[in-house]
Design a protein around this ligand. Sequence first.
Ligand code: ARG
Length: 583
Amino acid sequence: MNNFIYKLEEKLKSIIKECGYDTDNVTLVTSSRPDLGEYQYNGVMSLAKAYKKNPNIIATEIVEHLLQDSTFSNVNVAGPGFINLSFSDEALTEYMNEVKDDININKGQLKKKKIIIDYGGPNVAKALHVGHLRSANIGEALKRLAKELGAEVIGDVHLGDWGRPMGLIILELKNRHPEWKYFDEDYNGEYPDDIPITNKDLEEIYPIASTKAKEDDNYLEEARIITYKLQKKERGYYALWKKIVEVSVANIKSLYDKLNVSFELWNGESDSDKYIDDVVNYLKDKGLVCESEGASVVDVKKDDDKVEIPPLILVKSNGSVSYETTDIATIWERMKEYNPDEIWYVVDSRQSLHFEQVFRVCYKSGIVPVNVKLDHMGFGTMNGKDGKPFKTRDGGVMTLSNLIDNVKSEVEKKINNNLDKEEQEKISNTLTCAVLKYADLLPNRSTDYIFDIEKFSDMNGKTGVYLLYSTMRIKSLLDRAKENNYSMNKVTGIYSPYEKDIILKLLEVPSVLDKSFNERTLNYICDYLYELTNTFNSFYASVKILTEEDPIKRESYLSLSGIVFKTNRMLLNILGIDVLERM
Ligand code: ARG
């Protein structure tokens, strides 16, 4: 499909060729001097160097050709050879009408790519914390972005359900309820369908068990043995574990629902268990495994390492498999079942060594061929106003569910309470989600940031609330136009500088999507949404749209408003934010 700027870059490239110069890269950038032109081409100076010619002469030659093209309304040379360009109203209007139904002209660009995104990563029976929010938000948005660009994407939640925490919880339950059939080794019958524990119980039990294990070596040893037996699928432990997972996953799902986050796969570390033996044998056959202090390890260091990368522990001395091994076995499974082109891990930056070790083993052993990309997309920490890890008012750990509740009570203050209860609830849920997403996706993925509930819920700031409110206002404008049977089929021309600003902003959509995708960070989309919305709001505040008497102008205003609405909706949808009808 037509990409306005890209097509002009191609045109410019052939003009430069016609003038007798060779160049690979022609890029037009938005102008730093809007008084001289809308876009600029800064490549003349390097041509001048290559051809040992005066840049001004080259620029003038190129400009002569450009002036013959009706796409431009103004072309000039500034300084030593910067070419400034402005686009004609006709060219811009025509382009708007081409993209009026769908501005995402990059749609097919990733058509042949299959990507698995591993994100969320909650741990069974442990309360989700604010770090899990970032993984869920960023992972979900990257997934939607890749889909929007045409890739086939599979999201996998990769539950933490197979490690020591499971052993600890089972041990604590065993101490509290020794009479449960799950703990009776001689019992051969069916286990009960329900277990008398709730998710809340589980979340309380885990910290208690974990503290005990730190203070008491015997307790820790017992938990280790239970973990080992669970991994060997001993009947009672395994049955109890299944129940624990069931209770916990139901809760996890309800939290993700509130965040508009969903997964194609609900697999966990435990699902890789069936491949562990294959993986270990495969690595042994390749001669990559050695014994070290009773454990089986794989050496992964490289000659040019700047920091020391320790060997990866495949099987611990007590026989249990490590977090690394479950990840390798999961990759083994993913290659076998889905054969993806890329696997992305949206996981806290603090786990980068873990992934480095895992990826090295996969490439070194050929489990993953070199043309398949394994990529860890780390992210920074969300902190409280004091710049320290987020805490509740009384100093406790801020769980994700706490945070959602706090944001919700803040946004409820802004809702029109004349609406019926059900609608108020729906609005406050959508706004809560918008606040959490926009605040979390606005900073560059890899930086730490401070989450300030009041600031991020502000109706007039750079917030999800402001964007939703503005987008909804465009929607109601369009609805009113529809009620009046006003036509809005096409952009008929450009009648004010406000429209010109909006159209110039809309030209940036393809590059914003590309940049966000290439750098795997959503901040460009977040910034862009804010800028486009502001540009539109200036138009809305200064131009009478619905009451414009000239039907040709009115049609144009409305059509352009429609394009902005669709653009906002598409971009908000990538971020995981639903557009409301009213609030
Ligand atoms: N459950 C882990 C945690 O909470 C994150 C899992 C990330 N994904 C992975 N494949 N290791 O830290």
